[in-house]
Design a binder for this molecule. Sequence first.
Ligand SMILES: NC(=O)c1ccc[n+]([C@@H]2O[C@H](COP(=O)([O-])OP(=O)(O)OC[C@H]3O[C@@H](n4cnc5c(N)ncnc54)[C@H](OP(=O)(O)O)[C@@H]3O)[C@@H](O)[C@H]2O)c1
Length: 247
Amino acid sequence: MRIVVITGGSRGIGRSAAQHCARAGMGVVVTFQHRQDAAADLVGEIVSEGGSAVALRLDVGDCSAFPAFRARLEQILSEHWDARRIDALVNNAGHGLFHPIDSVSEAEFDGLMRVHLKGPFFLTQTLLPLLADGGQILNLTSATTRVATAGVAPYAAFKGGLEVLTRYMAKEFGVRGIRANAIAPGAIRTELGGGLPAPFEALLASQTALGRIGEPEDVGRVIAAMLSGANGWINAQTIEVAGGYVI
Ligand SMILES: NC(=O)c1ccc[n+]([C@@H]2O[C@H](COP(=O)([O-])OP(=O)(O)OC[C@H]3O[C@@H](n4cnc5c(N)ncnc54)[C@H](OP(=O)(O)O)[C@@H]3O)[C@@H](O)[C@H]2O)c1
């Protein structure tokens, strides 16, 4: 059985990705930060559908916690799946911030950097010895790296950095057959950054060829397809999943 680790799997896009991966027959490890209840509900739902999943707490913004997370993950792999390796890591966890550049505090900037760039870098480094040869890394970025959107400058800048990092991961890990791609959603209806105000949602929908904003499933099923489909020659790409946003 292939096993995937999805950070931030308790809600939103990560939750949908976990559901679709489990339905595709993968064992799923989801992480949560605060919402243990939501993560437990998800695990219960997957198990009731005949799948297998485990939820672990992890703060992606705290690199000092990563060695202990790896040790716990190794234990879980052994106990639940009699396995020593994972087949994929999805760096999905994150939070949003809607502030123009002239009002972003240094603490807010650093918090976004830790979660969206430093965290994925060092979590990937920490889990790399557990990632099977031929495995995959998916990094969740954002269409805001392509379309400048007032109010999300530091978030978009770190997502842009993560897209560059994705190509470097592909470059350095290719020797082991490990691929790395970025999935860049457009606006998706989740709790990120407190959710989208209705007028902003209407504007984004009007700028999208398919005439609406996305739902978590629109991205979750793409993540599962990337991890299960016959797409082994897709590598080092940023794949926008946005319904045709600002084209
Ligand atoms: N929604 C969008 O419009 C959109 C667009 C482009 C890209 N994205 C990206 O897609 C990813 C998922 O976003 P989403 O919209 O699904 O967000 P969401 O609904 O707010 O869910 C965020 C998830 O990340 C977890 N999380 C947040 N901060 C964390 C931290 N420091 N350490 C560990 N886990 C943390 C949350 O855990 P708890 O439940 O425990 O709090 C939750 O599981 C993010 O990287 C986001 O930047 C989203």
